[in-house]
Design a protein around this ligand. Structure first.
Ligand code: ADP
Length: 632
């Protein structure tokens, strides 16, 4: 006979029909809150309660005998073996009680002067009748239990097996009892060694025990059983084993499925490239993977006692924008149902993409899953692609600008050239003399055209790395004086000033190319000083370097444009083509020539105040002392 119950204040949840019959109570009565207290005789109640609570707390088993009040004031003497199904210190546990009505003749039931015990027959016939009835009932009741109720002798030979054995395993109860090693023989091969040894040891120690193992059913099925065993002993020697085997195959299958799912989830969690951490509603970390530790550069310290708060504090030290990070996390705490996706910049330059979504159990949100992905490489590649695209677009724009500027620049000298030639032809046809000024002007336009074409040719030579330079000693002052002499007649509105040191500075290089640099800088100074003014050319020595400077009082250069001035096709925004003309190639060529001579070129300028272009060249004599030079 069985009951199932639980709680620190004992309450029955289920009572087997046989026990109901023995007690004469209905199931509903038995389930009442104070039924156990009413059932047990007051003098035995403390012992029963103590055994009950011990089993619930410890998860073990315990047997206790007590007197119980059956219907019509009958007292019955019961022995119950309590075993925990589920223990819990807080009283939420469950237990199963295997109840036996003690044979009245073997042990006198509670005797009270005021109570007579109807179980005790007045006469031997009545006692015998009562015994037969009780035994029949006992067998009938055990057969209704949802488990195999059994008893064996001390050598594991079955002396009783309830009918459920046939239903569960398919062997007749006779077979169970007649085959001497029935139990051991029908155990699953993997349990055949340990299970009998375990049971035997517990029996020898007269210890109630409980274990799970497999038996092979008659049709070959594997049946998982949970066996709850009580050892009956005399003077410390085990005499009999009694127990109940409960079919837990479904339960085991569910457990195995669960274990399989957990292992699958763990493997998936570990194999993903994302770093994942799960935090519950009380900010406790409930799961994480190794990648998460790697991404956040967290040590194993994290495992010890880290919670959501500590993790947040740590994260704030790692990210570029801690305030923003904190606000996001706090905002999601107040909106647990929200999903989110954002990007985090780390202090060490990495970029992490963060996804976050609630963790649900059914409809209840029980936590939040955060997953992080390192997207640094993708983001950098994307930025690089955007930069290249921008550069390509810029190059196309520059090319288009250049084509329109170049066509304009090349066409400009052609119109006056054509006019002068037409005048000269007219004169020739009419036999008139040629005025020299037309010839000079025509030649000036031809010179302008050839200058433009030379710049274009030089640029493509530089691009191809084919700008060749001669290497000969060039007296610098001689060269600057010659260039100035050629330029003086060019602009009557400008005053050219010149200053040079007394000592002769000689450069090793290409005279023609160095002259080209000087002419370009001086022509620019004239061109970009449309109101006229003084242009000053100075030559100085700075240690082992010759320093040449060209200063004007012209339009100047916006400061953000200075860095690009020596690039190919670059024209500052304050020098519109309509007003100034030019292909934006002169300074590019100058820089290449100067650098090929081992020098440096730069500009100092302010918009509206004028510009000074300077370049250095290593002088042939004297020690190099570039540090003494002024610089940009
Ligand atoms: P460009 O043929 O257009 O003059 P350069 O390469 O010689 O080509 O000069 C590039 C740009 O630098 C010019 O378009 C102009 O904007 C600026 N620049 C050069 N020299 C001066 C200067 N002396 N004063 C102001 N701007 C200058």
């Amino acid at each position: 006979m069985l009951w199932l119950g639980g709680g620190l204040l004992p309450r029955l949840r289920w009572v087997s029909p046989s026990l109901l019959q023995a007690l004469g109570h209905s199931l509903e009565e038995c389930k009442a809150r104070d039924f156990v207290q009413r059932l047990v005789h007051p003098e035995d109640l403390d012992r029963v309660l103590e055994a009950w609570r011990r089993v619930i707390r410890t998860g073990g088993s315990s047997s206790v005998e007590f007197r119980a009040e059956a219907t019509q004031g009958r007292l019955v003497h019961l022995s119950v073996e309590l075993s925990a199904v589920e223990s819990a210190a807080d009283g939420g546990g469950e237990l199963i009680g295997t109840v036996r009505v003690l044979v009245p003749a073997a042990r006198p039931v509670f005797q009270s002067p005021s109570t007579t015990c109807p179980l005790l027959g007045e006469t031997p016939e009545e006692v015998a009748q009562e015994l037969t009835r009780s035994e029949r009932e006992h067998v009938e009741l055990t057969d209704t239990v949802d488990g195999i109720v059994w008893s064996t002798d001390a050598r594991f030979r079955f002396t009783f097996v309830s009918k459920q054995a046939e239903r569960l395993l398919g062997y007749s109860t006779q077979k169970w009892m007649q085959e001497p090693d029935f139990w051991v023989k029908h155990l699953h091969p993997e349990d055949q060694d340990w299970a009998p040894a375990f049971c035997m040891k517990a029996a020898m120690e007269c210890r109630a025990h409980e274990f799970e193992y497999r038996m092979i059913a008659a049709d070959g099925r594997v049946v998982w059983l949970r066996d709850i065993v009580t050892v009956i002993s005399e003077d410390g020697v085990p005499r009999e084993l009694r127990g109940i085997m409960v079919d837990i195959t479904e339960h085991r299958r569910a457990r195995e499925y669960l274990e399989h799912m957990v292992s699958l989830l763990r493997a998936t969690l570990e194999s993903t490239a994302d770093g994942v951490v799960v935090v519950d509603q009380r900010r406790r970390v409930t799961a994480y993977n190794r990648r998460f530790l790697e991404l956040w550069r967290m040590s194993d310290e994290f495992r010890k006692d880290w919670d959501g708060e500590k993790m947040l504090r740590y994260a704030l030290t790692q990210v570029q924008h801690p305030e923003q990070f904190r606000e996001r996390v706090l905002a999601l705490r107040t909106a647990p149902e929200q999903e989110s996706h954002d990007t985090i910049e780390m202090r060490d330059g990495r970029i992490l993409e963060r996804y976050s979504r609630p963790q649900r159990l059914g409809d209840t949100i029980i936590g939040r899953v955060w997953s992080y992905r390192d997207v640094t490489t993708e983001r950098r590649a994307q930025a690089e692609r955007e930069r290249l695209l921008h550069e390509a677009e810029e190059a196309i724009r520059v090319r288009d600008d250049f084509l329109s500027i170049a066509s304009h620049e090349l066409k400009t000298p052609l119109t006056p050239l054509k006019l002068h030639l037409q005048v000269l032809r007219q004169r020739a046809v009419s036999g008139q003399p040629f005025p020299l000024q037309h010839v000079e002007k025509a030649l000036a336009q031809v010179a302008r055209l050839s200058g433009l074409i030379n710049d274009l040719l030089d640029t493509s030579r530089i691009q191809a790395g084919r700008l060749e330079l001669r290497h000969e000693p060039v007296p610098l002052q001689q060269l600057t004086r010659e260039v100035l002499a050629d330029l003086r007649p060019v602009s009557p509105h400008h005053t050219l000033e010149y200053e040079e040191p007394d000592e002769t500075l000689t450069i090793q290089g290409d005279r023609g190319r160095l002259a080209q640099v000087l002419v370009n800088l001086l022509e620019n100074a004239i061109k970009y000083s449309p109101m006229g003014g003084t242009i000053r050319l100075t030559v100085e020595r700075y240690g082992g370097q010759a320093l040449v400077s060209v200063t004007d009082r012209g339009i100047g250069i916006p400061s953000d444009q200075k860095a690009h001035l020596f690039e190919r096709f670059f024209r500052a925004r304050n020098a519109p083509i309509s007003g100034f003309g030019g292909l934006g190639l002169g300074l590019y060529i100058c820089r290449d020539i100067v650098e090929h001579h081992g020098g440096r070129i730069w500009v100092e300028s302010e918009v509206g105040s004028g510009s000074t272009f300077r370049f250095t060249l290593p002088a042939l004599e004297g020690a190099a002392d570039a540090h003494a030079l002024p610089g940009p």
